[in-house]
Design a protein around this ligand. Structure first.
Ligand code: NDP
Length: 291
């Protein structure tokens, strides 16, 4: 049976480090790292994610400010709020919960965030910095996946990784981080041909397609590491359940190591968000220091 990569336990370790850094910033610089979260509308999944982020931030001793905006908020109103947060020296990180209602332009909103406060790492400047290997604020989900991978595979150099999914928030930054770690990276997506055999040749498979149970046991080389990013709500015998993109029971008999859903990548994503917020606070402090 595959080794289980326990995201809850690992994320608690990251959160302990975050809490220590929060305490250092407070005692040495009188700074309380603070995350501003912007939620537009009533999307139920977004409300759960936002509640968890705010709760974890408080537990780590950080400041958190939740801005709940009406679903009918205009682009101008949202841009003005972002501008205010950009100029608020008490706010170190800004997160706009996605997806936004369809009348709002996500790209415009992301581009409006000060890149130094962009704790999601989605601003085009941070995306470019990641591609150039110079990023300081790296998207949280792929960052969490890398921490998990390092735990079970201390040496990533030369390993063949397949990333299933090419979104801006998961697939693309994931591939950039694996490349930086000297993996040989293949990106797969909905138009990829013979995806099973590509995955079967991989030492690492990252599943981020949003398709329940897409990755079966016959996709996985014996002993490979499988990271399941997917979070899909499905009905099983009348009960709503969260499952990943990987057929967990079958794949765990073939893989060498695997993440569960829930309790895998999800908790790591939140921990990395808070890690990014302390990093942003530290960098903003450094930028104020006299030369
Ligand atoms: P997107 O819908 O933005 O992207 C999905 C990607 O998967 C696309 O590139 C798509 O290809 C590809 N894809 C879809 N179907 C297939 C298929 N049958 N075979 C191969 N590739 C396929 O999703 P996200 O990247 O935002 O999220 C992916 C999953 O991860 C979701 O379940 C989401 O809920 C979850 N998630 C989990 C997080 C966590 O913290 N654990 C954080 C963020 C997301 P194409 O580009 O060709 O359409």
């Amino acid at each position: 049976m595959a080794q289980l990569i326990d995201g809850k336990r690992l994320s608690n370790q990251v959160l302990q480090d975050v809490a220590c850094e929060v305490e250092r910033l407070r005692s040495e610089h009188n700074v309380v790292p603070t995350l501003a979260v912007v939620l537009v509308g009533e999307d139920p999944a977004s409300q759960v994610y936002v509640r968890n982020k705010v709760k974890r931030a408080k537990e780590a001793g950080m400041g958190s400010i939740l801005h709940r905006l009406d679903a009918g908020t205009t682009q101008g109103e949202l841009n003005r709020l972002i501008d205010r947060l950009n100029h608020d020296s008490q706010v170190h990180g800004i997160l706009v919960q996605l997806p936004l209602p369809s009348h709002l332009d996500e790209d415009e909103v992301i581009a409006a965030i000060n890149p130094a406060k962009d704790v999601d790492g989605f601003h085009p400047l941070n995306v470019g910095a990641l591609a150039a290997g110079q990023a300081s604020l790296v998207p949280c989900t792929p960052q969490g996946c890398m921490i998990m991978l390092h735990r079970v595979m201390p040496e990533l150099r030369g390993k063949h990784a397949v990333v299933v999914g090419r979104s801006n928030i998961v697939g693309k930054p994931m591939a950039a981080l694996l490349l930086q770690a000297d993996c040989t990276v293949t990106m797969a997506h909905s138009r990829t041909q013979e995806i099973e055999s590509l995955c079967r040749n991989a030492d690492i498979v990252i599943a981020a397609a949003g398709r329940p149970g897409l990755v079966g046991a016959d996709w996985i080389k014996p002993g490979a590491t499988v990271i399941d990013v997917g979070i899909n709500a499905v009905e099983v015998e009348g009960t709503r359940k969260l499952v990943g993109d990987v057929a967990f029971d079958a794949v765990s008999r073939t893989a060498g190591a695997i993440t569960p859903v829930p309790g895998g990548v999800g908790p790591m994503t939140i921990a990395c968000l808070l890690l990014n917020t302390t990093r942003a606070a530290r960098q903003q402090l450094a930028s104020l220091a006299p030369p």
